[in-house]
Design a protein around this ligand. Structure first.
Ligand SMILES: [Zn+2]
Length: 269
């Protein structure tokens, strides 16, 4: 499959800490020219998109999820390219922020792209509406924020993140056995199974550490964060807090932990 990486150019000043070096979007040229993710609408990104299209009209923008660094650029794309269709899985609390008319797609949908077709794979966890796009012929997965090489994906428990769902999504993608993952952040992932297994193992290890901290008696969320992330940069503390909360909520759902007000404790089997 022919794919052109186009950086969203959002790595400069004002980039939020979690997007780091900014976002990749992916152009699939061919019969149905398709862009994976919209970026943030910066003119330099749109210029690069136009020149990569070489005068051909872009047909579709498939958006992996409703976070602003993936979806907010849709409005600017729509202004420059009024015929483009925008497709994503609905996230009603979010989608109204991006004023284009979204066409609804969901798990298992087959969407023509380039010279072939992609299948939408619902992979919630990082966000409830998260889709990956699978090209079965080349065994390539457009991964969105499912996997980042060298960094752990945020699971924002207070904003739609769900760790149990995330682990199930990783397992599901592992079962697809992709040969490469084209992510929205960071390097292309050429041996995805290695990173998928490592990500699952890292979350399991984190869970074990949290259970260990809960074992001696009740402990509150902030104390767990302090113990697990000693010396963390102040700006990243809310993110760490949300990640730990995601673990606790997973354990609570599995009836392995419970809370009394602010204090968390282990549930005996
Ligand atoms: Zn995201």
């Amino acid at each position: 499959m022919n794919v052109v990486p186009l950086h969203a150019c959002n790595d400069g000043e004002g980039a939020v800490p979690l997007t780091g070096a900014g976002n990749w979007t992916w152009l699939i040229p061919g019969r149905v020219p398709t862009l994976i993710d919209a970026g943030v609408g910066l003119p330099r990104h749109l210029d690069a998109l136009e020149s990569a299209l070489r005068g051909v009209r872009l047909a579709n923008v498939l958006v992996t999820h409703g976070h602003s660094d993936h979806a907010s650029g849709a409005a600017a794309v729509a202004v420059r390219m009024p015929e483009v269709r925008f497709l994503k899985m609905p996230w009603p609390e979010r989608d109204h922020r991006w004023p284009v008319s979204w066409e609804r797609i969901g798990d298992g949908d087959r969407i023509e792209a380039g010279e072939g077709a992609l299948t939408a794979i619902h992979t919630p966890g990082h966000a409830p509406d998260h889709l990956c796009f699978w090209d079965a012929r080349s065994r390539t997965l457009f991964g969105g924020d499912l996997l980042i090489d060298g960094s752990s994906v945020s699971i924002p428990a207070t904003r739609g993140g769900d760790l149990g769902a995330y682990l199930a999504s990783l397992e599901r993608v592992l079962a697809l056995d992709p040969v490469r993952v084209l992510p929205a952040h960071g390097r292309v992932i050429d041996r995805p199974a290695v990173l998928l297994r490592a990500s699952i193992a890292r979350r399991r290890e984190r869970e074990r550490q949290i259970l260990e901290l809960l074992a001696p008696g009740a402990i509150d969320l902030d104390a767990i964060v302090t113990r697990l992330y000693a010396g963390l940069r102040e700006s990243l503390v809310p993110h760490a807090r949300d990640t730990v909360l995601a673990h606790l909520l997973k354990l609570e759902r599995e009836r392995r932990a419970a809370r009394d007000g602010e204090a968390w404790h282990i549930m005996e089997p």
